[in-house]
Structures are given as structure tokens and as C-alpha cells.
Design a protein around this ligand. Structure first.
Ligand code: FAD
Ligand code: UDP
Length: 383
């Protein structure tokens, strides 16, 4: 009998497995239907020997020392600050939009002091900022919005930014200085030997067993367990009782080239042309020395593995129905990007898993097997 069955070996499942095994001494079985651990952060050496991210580029960044310190138990790090160029009007310019973006695109010589006025002259007045269109046009105006955001967002999400919650494009700021880093977080690193090695270390414990290529739906009734942590899609757990929660998918095309380097930065975005959104080159991120290089093209898709919850009001409403059901389901916790339908980065999922662990600890004395000991809150927000 396992104390815990954990469905999903990504950040949510693996962080919790390690805590439960080492801090509570409980027996944990982690299952994943994929043939590997690591979830979407899984990386591997491809046939040419280049370290790639199977599910697209993953760059670790956080402002939380607590989260950084926690993961540091399982990996050394390589400092890496991600930079992205956008292919706009036939030029490669920095995104997030900054001083150099505007000067290059419009052949201007503005200073950091002059740029806020330039933006203000173009910005549209929006009564209440609600959508992903509002967020951008209210800061930089319609022309830059159309060049950088509208086409990219339509491709990525299959819908116009005006239909999406503001939080989506708000992920990408606008700057008046020359800072061309994609993220400004205090801690920006890549795991020195890759994500998969980090997960292996996290899960290497005598109390933890791991079974890959194992779908919860096939084993739910045959693996004896006292409690469950579910990190897959929450609507699937409840057999789509209220209908399907939409998730956006991607197809990844990995291409190996017989040259050391192909892109000027880790990622190049295509907001105006092509049917892929972006191309990424891992060697910038990993620092790997290798005569060949591998790129990944991302093609957004409605069908395929679920990668992104789609932040819009009616989806949030549907999720709330599942959340209410989750509250009435004893001995099951829902954690992670798919199970809590939140557009979380890796650090946020780690924070959510650690917060969930604290809740479990507060509510369940070790060795207490009663269902009534289940805490009321079983979906915890990231801290
Ligand atoms: P997942 O990693 O999705 O893990 C859930 C696991 O559960 C999966 O492995 C799945 O196979 C398994 N599972 C589901 N259902 C079942 C079932 N029924 N039975 C068995 N197993 C099941 N974050 C960043 O911080 N920085 C980045 O640069 C970044 N880039 C990204 C790029 C892309 C293209 C994508 C898609 C995401 C990116 N992210 C990034 C987000 C990051 O991937 C997630 O925050 C993180 O991986 C979520 O972890 P998780 O454990 O919640 O989910
Ligand atoms: N976005 C855009 N143009 C860009 C980059 C981002 O329109 O050049 C929008 C798009 O809607 C995207 C969102 O901003 O989905 C968030 O971008 P991010 O790079 O954070 O996406 P992720 O890495 O999570 O796919």
C-alpha cells in the first residue's frame, strides 16, 4: 500500500514526491503516461548528441530565493539570461519592445527620456483594461500591437488578443531603456546538467517508486494507495463531467544542422510571417560545445497534448465548477499547470507544490489515515 499515488512526474508531482518521502517518511508512487520523467521540462540528448528540450525551450527564472534554494538541492546551475529577437518588417529587433526596437524599426534616434512621450502619443485610451489587446494598445498603440502581438497571438492561441485575458500578453512588458533581456527576475539560470538530471536526483529516494508509460486511468483501481496527488488535466480526472476545459497544444519540429550556431539569440519570434511562432536554439541556453546545433520550431495546434490553459472568462467559469467538485473529493489534491488551470511558469508550479506540501503537513499528522483529516483547501495558489 502506497501512502501517496502521484499522477505526473513534472515539477508539481516530483517536488511533492520528494517532500513527502523525505520530510514525512511516506511511501510514494509517481506515475506518468509519458515514457520519461520531468513533464514538459524534460530534456535529452538527440541523435546528434545535442541537449534539447523535447517540449520547447524552458528557461528557469524566479524572484523567489526560497524556490531557487529549494531546487538548488538537486542541481548546480549555469547563469543564463534569455534574449529574444522578433522578425518584424524584415528586421530582427528586440522583444520585449525597448528603446532599440523603436529606433531600429522607425530609423529614429530617440533617447530613454523621449520614448515615454513617443509611446504616449500613440497609446490608446482604454476605459478598463480587460483583454490582451487592451494591455498592449494602451501602452504602445495599435501599430506596434499589430506588428508584434496580434499576429503572434492569433497563431499561438487560435484567437484574437481581444478574446484573451489581459494576463497573457501582460507577460511581455514594454521598456523605455535598452534592456533586451526577456526576463528581469533576480535568479535566471539553467540546470547545469539539464532538467532531467535534476528530476532524477529529486526522485532518487528509497521511499519513491516511479512508473512511466503508466496512465492513471488504467491503474486507478489496481494500485492500492491512501491518497492521491493529481497533476494532469482536472477535467480528465472528472471524466469531463461538465464538458472539456480547453487547453492549447503545440507541435514541435526539431531540426539538427551541420553548423555550430544558427540563430543570433536563444529564440527568434515570428509575429508577422510563417505558421510557426518561434524558433529556439538550445546551445545558447545550455552552453553546450558541439559541432552541430539543434533548433525547435513551435507550431500551435488545437489538437495534441495539453500544454497551455487558455485564460479567458468562460474557461475560468468552467474551471470553477471542477474546482468545486475537487473540494468535495476526499483525499485528492490537485496541483500544477493542468490540474489548477493556471498559466504558471516552472517556478510558480514549484511554489504551488511547496505550498501544498505545507497545507498537507498542517492538516495531516503523519500516520493519520482518516479521510476526515483531509484539509478543506486542496487547490493552493502559488506563493
Ligand atoms: P507537466 O510538466 O505538464 O506535468 C504533468 C505530467 O502529468 C505530464 O508529464 C503528463 O504526462 C502527466 N499526466 C497527465 N495526465 C496523466 C494521467 N492520466 N496518467 C499519467 N500521467 C499523466 N516555464 C518556465 O518557467 N520557463 C520557460 O521558459 C517555460 N517555457 C515553456 C515552453 C513551452 C513550449 C511550454 C509548453 C511550457 C513552458 N513553461 C516554461 C511552463 C512549464 O512547462 C510548466 O510550468 C511546468 O512544466 C508545469 O509542470 P507541471 O508538473 O504542472 O505539469
Ligand atoms: N506574445 C506576442 N508576441 C511575441 C511574444 C509574445 O504576441 O513576440 C504574446 C503571445 O500571446 C504569447 C504571450 O504574449 O502567448 C506570452 O508570451 P510568452 O513568451 O511568455 O509565452 P510562452 O513562453 O509561455 O509560450
Amino acid at each position: 500500500m502506497f501512502d501517496w499515488l502521484i499522477v505526473g512526474a513534472g515539477f508539481a508531482g516530483s517536488v511533492l514526491a520528494e517532500r513527502l518521502a523525505t520530510q514525512r517518511g511516506e511511501r510514494v508512487l509517481v506515475i506518468d503516461r509519458r515514457p520519461h520523467i520531468g513533464g514538459n521540462a524534460y530534456d535529452r540528448h538527440d541523435d546528434a548528441g545535442v541537449l534539447i528540450h523535447q517540449y520547447g525551450p524552458h528557461i528557469f527564472h524566479t524572484n523567489s530565493q526560497m524556490i531557487f534554494d529549494h531546487l538548488s538541492q538537486f542541481t548546480e546551475w549555469r547563469p543564463y539570461e534569455h534574449r529574444v529577437l522578433a522578425n518584424v518588417d524584415g528586421m530582427l529587433v528586440p522583444i520585449p519592445i525597448n528603446l532599440d526596437t523603436v529606433n531600429k524599426l522607425y530609423n529614429l534616434n530617440l533617447t530613454s527620456e523621449e520614448l515615454p512621450r513617443w509611446f504616449a502619443d500613440r497609446a490608446e485610451t482604454v476605459e478598463e483594461i480587460k483583454t490582451s489587446e487592451d494591455v498592449v494598445v494602451s501602452v504602445v498603440g495599435r501599430e506596434l500591437y499589430e506588428k508584434f502581438f496580434q499576429g503572434y497571438t492569433r497563431k499561438q492561441w487560435g484567437m484574437d488578443p481581444s478574446e484573451l485575458d489581459k494576463s497573457v500578453t501582460a507577460r511581455v512588458p514594454t521598456r523605455t531603456n535598452r534592456d533586451d533581456r526577456y526576463f528581469t527576475d533576480e535568479y535566471q539560470f539553467m540546470p547545469k546538467h539539464g532538467y532531467t538530471r535534476m528530476f532524477e536526483k529529486m526522485l532518487r529516494h528509497p521511499n519513491i517508486s516511479v512508473m512511466t508509460q503508466t496512465d492513471y486511468r488504467d491503474v486507478r483501481d489496481v494500485i492500492p494507495h491512501k491518497r492521491l496527488i493529481f497533476t494532469g488535466p482536472i477535467d480528465e480526472y472528472f471524466d469531463f463531467r461538465f464538458g472539456r476545459l480547453p487547453y492549447r497544444s503545440l507541435q514541435f519540429r526539431h531540426v539538427t544542422l551541420d553548423q555550430e550556431q544558427a540563430l543570433p539569440t536563444g529564440t527568434v519570434n515570428y509575429p508577422q510571417t510563417e505558421d510557426y511562432t518561434r524558433i529556439s536554439e538550445y546551445k545558447h541556453m545550455t552552453g553546450q560545445q558541439h559541432p552541430k546545433t539543434t533548433l525547435t520550431y513551435e507550431y500551435p495546434s488545437a489538437i495534441g497534448d495539453p500544454y497551455y490553459p487558455i485564460p479567458k472568462p468562460e474557461n475560468a467559469e468552467l474551471f470553477k465548477k471542477y474546482e468545486r467538485l475537487a473540494m468535495q473529493t476526499p483525499n485528492v489534491w490537485f496541483v500544477g499547470r493542468l490540474a489548477t488551470y493556471r498559466y504558471y511558469n516552472m517556478d510558480q508550479v514549484t511554489g504551488q507544490a511547496l505550498a501544498t506540501f505545507r497545507r498537507i503537513n498542517e492538516a495531516l499528522p503523519v500516520g493519520d489515515d482518516s479521510a476526515t483529516a483531509t484539509p478543506k483547501v486542496r487547490i493552493v495558489a502559488a506563493e
